[in-house]
Design a protein around this ligand. Structure first.
Ligand SMILES: *[C@@H]1O[C@H](CO)[C@@H](O)[C@H](O)[C@H]1NC(C)=O
Ligand SMILES: *[C@@H]1O[C@H](CO)[C@@H](O)[C@H](O)[C@H]1NC(C)=O
Length: 335
C-alpha cells in the first residue's frame, strides 16, 4: 500500500516535472524567436542594457512624451587629446555659452566608444560615455574609409541605434567630425520620422535624388523608425560590400519603405553644412559643419580647428561678416 503510494507520488512528480521542463523550453524557444524577430540585439547583455538605460535617462531631453538624446561615436584615435572628440566638445561648450542659446546640449550628449581605449579617454573628458561592444573586432586604430572594419563599425552603429529606438528614445546621431554651432532642433520637422543630411542638396527635402550623408541623422522613436532601422540593418546582407549610407541609397526606393510608411526628409546644406558644400555655407545660418569630403584625420582636425577659430571671432550682430575660410588640403568632392 505505502509502496504503491510512493510509486504514485513519484509518477505524479515526474509528470509535473516533465510538464514544467517542457513549459520552460517552450518559453525559451518563444523568447529566442522573439529576440530574433525584434530588434533587441544579442550583443548587448543584461548588464549593458542596464548601464545604457541609466545613461539614456540621465541624458534625455523631454518634450511632451518624447525623449531625445544626442549621440556621437569615437574610436581611440578620435578620442585622443587634441583629436575630434575634443573639438566637438569645444563646439558644444561654445554653443552653451553663446548668448542666443540657453540649452546645454553637453548634458544630452552620449559619446559611444567603440573600443576600450576610447572609453577610458572619454570618461576623462565627458560624463556620459558608453562602450559599444562588438564581437572580436578591435576598432581602436583609425580605420581607413571603407576598410572592412570601418564597414563593420558602421553597421554595428545602425544596429545599436535600432535598439535605442526600440527602447523608446529618439535621437540625433552626429559623427565626431561634425561641430555644432547652433541649436538644430528648430530646424527639424515635427512631421518627419527620419531626417538625414546631404552632401549636395537639390532644394527639395522630399527628393530621394538628394545625395544623403549618414553622418548626421535624426530619428524619432516610433513603430515606423524601428521597422525602418531593422530593414536597413537587415539589408546589409543583401549588399555585403556596401556600408550603411550606400545601402540606404539602395533601399530608399524599395516598396518595403512605402509599406513601413516612414517619413524621410533630407536636410538643407545651408543649415547642416559640410566641407562638400563649403561654397554655400554661411556663418549666419549653419547649425552644424561636417568635415566630410576631407580624408585623413589630421586634415579634418586642422580644418575643423580653423573653422572653430572663425566661429569664436564671429560677431552675431555683424551681418556683413559671413564666410568661413575654405577648408584646405581636402578633395571637397563627395567620396
Ligand atoms: C526590396 O527589399 C526586399 C527585401 O530586402 C528585396 O527582396 C527586394 O529585392 C527589394 N526590391 C528592390 C526593387 O530592390
Ligand atoms: C563687420 O565685419 C566686417 C568684415 O569682417 C568688418 O570689416 C567690419 O568692421 C565689422 N563691423 C563691425 C561694426 O564690427
Amino acid at each position: 500500500m505505502t509502496a504503491t503510494k510512493a510509486v504514485l507520488a513519484f509518477c505524479v512528480c515526474f509528470v509535473l516535472l516533465l510538464a514544467f521542463y517542457h513549459r520552460e523550453s517552450l518559453i525559451s524557444l518563444h523568447e529566442q524567436l522573439r529576440l530574433k524577430t525584434t530588434s533587441i540585439n544579442m550583443w548587448e547583455d543584461k548588464e549593458q542594457v542596464g548601464t545604457l538605460k541609466e545613461l539614456l535617462q540621465k541624458a534625455e531631453m523631454r518634450n511632451g512624451g518624447e525623449k531625445t538624446v544626442i549621440f556621437t561615436s569615437v574610436n581611440a584615435a578620435w578620442a585622443e587629446p587634441g583629436s575630434l572628440l575634443e573639438i566637438l566638445l569645444e563646439s558644444f561648450k561654445l554653443l552653451k555659452n553663446s548668448r542666443t542659446q540657453e540649452v546645454d546640449f553637453l548634458k544630452h550628449l552620449i559619446v559611444l566608444a567603440f573600443d576600450h581605449k576610447a572609453y577610458e579617454r572619454c570618461v576623462e573628458v565627458h560624463p556620459l560615455c558608453y562602450q559599444v561592444r562588438t564581437d572580436g573586432i578591435d576598432f581602436s586604430s583609425a580605420k581607413p574609409y571603407m576598410s572592412h572594419d570601418y564597414v563593420k563599425m558602421m553597421w554595428r552603429r545602425i544596429e545599436f541605434l535600432n535598439n535605442v529606438l526600440a527602447m523608446g528614445y529618439s535621437f540625433i546621431f552626429s559623427d565626431a567630425d561634425i561641430i555644432w554651432l547652433r541649436n538644430p532642433f528648430p530646424l527639424l520637422l515635427p512631421s518627419r520620422d527620419f531626417e538625414i543630411t546631404t552632401d549636395r542638396y537639390n532644394g527639395n527635402p522630399n527628393s530621394h535624388d538628394n545625395a544623403p550623408n549618414g553622418g548626421y541623422t535624426f530619428a524619432r522613436s516610433n513603430k515606423r523608425t524601428i521597422k525602418f532601422y531593422k530593414f536597413w540593418y537587415d539589408s546589409r546582407l543583401k549588399y555585403p560590400i556596401k556600408h550603411d549610407q550606400d545601402v540606404f541609397i539602395e533601399i530608399r526606393h524599395n516598396k518595403t519603405m512605402k509599406d513601413i510608411g516612414v517619413n524621410v526628409g533630407y536636410l538643407d546644406t545651408k543649415f547642416f553644412a559640410s566641407f562638400c558644400s563649403y561654397s554655400v555655407y554661411h556663418m549666419n545660418l549653419a547649425a552644424t559643419i561636417h568635415a566630410n569630403c576631407c580624408n585623413g584625420l589630421h586634415n579634418k582636425i586642422r580644418n575643423l580647428k580653423m573653422l572653430l577659430d572663425d566661429w569664436k571671432h564671429f560677431n552675431i550682430d555683424n551681418q556683413t561678416q559671413r564666410v568661413w575660410q575654405r577648408p584646405n588640403g581636402c578633395t571637397l568632392k563627395p567620396v
